[in-house]
Write a protein that binds this ligand. Structure first.
Ligand code: FES
Length: 87
């Protein structure tokens, strides 16, 4: 059941600024959160100087860290679930 599309920029600039670390940090998301995600790597989100970048549910987030990506994902999925905390 994938509801939210998570696009992680894997372009050169974002790669150099840590996009792989963002991708790897998803291993530590609870499984019931991952079930809501369709995760794809994309070549560039057009904000190369502000990376690493992601787009979640159509909204672009810049300057992401492994901690921030998990918080953003949890926040957006909790909204979909009506505020329930699945942790
Ligand atoms: S390389 Fe990531 S936004 Fe361009």
């Amino acid at each position: 059941m994938a509801i939210l599309k998570l696009e992680i920029c894997s372009g050169t600039s974002c790669h150099l600024m840590g996009s792989f670390d963002l991708y790897r940090s998803l291993d530590f998301l609870p499984r019931d959160y991952k079930e809501y995600l369709e995760i794809v790597k994309v070549p560039c989100l057009g904000k190369c100087g502000e990376g690493p970048n992601i787009r979640l549910g159509g909204k672009t987030y810049t300057y992401m860290t492994p901690e921030e990506i998990k918080l953003v994902i949890k926040r957006e999925i909790d909204k979909l679930r009506g505020g329930k905390d699945g942790c």
